[in-house]
Design a protein around this ligand. Structure first.
Ligand code: FAD
Length: 305
């Protein structure tokens, strides 16, 4: 049961999610990583260190959905499972591959119960579905945040493949929010701000708390729609799925669509003026009060230590 896994990378570096994906894929069998990148050397070298990786296969190509799909397709016949992250790349590539190979993919896997039994959330995370995939070959996407990262310390061989995978599509540019905070999907501490933060300037307060704690910063859709926070900060059903050790929810009511993204959080700390807010009710610890009074006090206390 060997598994081909697409390595997750960004800005020329291996993403921390890849070690989590390897941990997931290893439950199915030996894992061969595939790196598709224009400048793959650093990514491949980091990937080779992840424990459980048998080989890192490298395709030097433009990072378009077509070239990644074509690379996976060229290698797919050797593997019983072909897998990727349930990230925007995986969500783009795996359905294309599924159409080419005529295989039904199993997406958003959060638990592996056996060689062909998987658990995944359905109905916006309100229920978990266990399913058996009877197909001889599996196409899977894993939610990286649901798995603990594999250790490092490996020295897997790196093989450069000479595949002709380019397509008519060309990668022109990526327009992204520059941030030096940790990645939301894999951060150990996440701070979320709601629409009650009131402005983009108000979010600077949330970011300051984030920096003090080394936390990633996210937001509700209401805050994003209001233009207070960038789109890629959105947490929830239509945003990012997080699974930190600690989630600090500031001025967030706890709508179902937001809760769908935070179910993997181990501890929740809420700051809210409303003691009856749904998020306060599910929180492990809640401070009832005005965020504009509490957050500056928290920052001041944390800066003393
Ligand atoms: P509100 O619900 O308005 O809550 C504000 C909270 O702040 C309240 O609890 C209030 O008591 C508290 N508050 C007010 N003032 C203060 C203060 N000074 N100090 C402390 N607390 C204060 N939402 C998401 O987040 N993510 C999604 O992915 C998402 N997807 C959606 C998909 C669909 C199809 C739909 C229909 C909706 C989706 N939503 C999503 C929106 C969701 O339904 C809620 O509208 C949204 O989450 C509410 O955001 P909020 O908690 O910031 O705002």
């Amino acid at each position: 049961m060997s598994v081909l896994l697409l390595a997750d990378h960004d800005k020329g570096e291996l993403s921390p999610a890849t070690a989590r994906l390897v941990a997931a894929a290893s439950q199915l069998g030996p894992v061969d990583l595939l790196v598709v990148a224009e400048n793959p050397d650093n990514i491949a070298a980091a990937a080779a260190q992840i424990a459980g990786v048998r080989i890192v296969q490298v395709v030097k190509a433009a990072e378009t959905a077509e070239s990644i799909t074509n690379s996976l397709e060229s290698l797919a016949q050797r593997y019983q499972s072909v897998s990727a992250s349930a990230s925007s790349v995986g969500k783009d590539v795996i359905p294309r591959l599924a159409a080419k190979l005529d295989i039904q993919p199993v997406t958003d896997v959060v638990e592996i119960l056996g060689p062909n039994r998987f658990t995944r959330p359905i109905y916006a995370g309100n229920a978990l579905e266990t399913l058996t995939d009877p197909q001889p070959k599996h196409l899977l996407t894993f939610r990286a945040s649901a798995f603990r990262p594999a250790a490092s310390g490996n020295a897997a061989p790196v093989e450069n493949l000479d595949l002709s995978v380019n397509s008519a599509a060309r990668f022109l540019a990526a327009h992204r929010t520059e941030s030096d905070t940790p990645d939301l999907a894999t951060a150990q501490i996440v701070i979320g701000g709601g629409v009650s933060v009131g402005s983009a300037e108000g979010f600077q307060l949330i970011e300051k708390l984030g920096k003090t704690l080394g936390a990633a910063v996210g937001a509700t859709r209401a805050a994003v729609d209001a233009g207070y926070a960038p789109n890629d900060w959105q947490i929830g059903q239509t945003g990012k799925i997080i699974a930190p050790d600690l989630y600090i929810a500031i001025g967030i009511s706890g709508a179902l669509q937001h809760l769908a993204g935070i179910q993997g959080a181990k501890k929740i700390f809420a700051i809210n003026t409303d003691a009856e807010a749904p998020l306060v009710k599910i929180a492990d610890v809640a401070l009832i009060g005005d965020l504009f009074e509490i957050v500056p006090q928290l920052i001041a206390e944390l800066e003393k230590h």
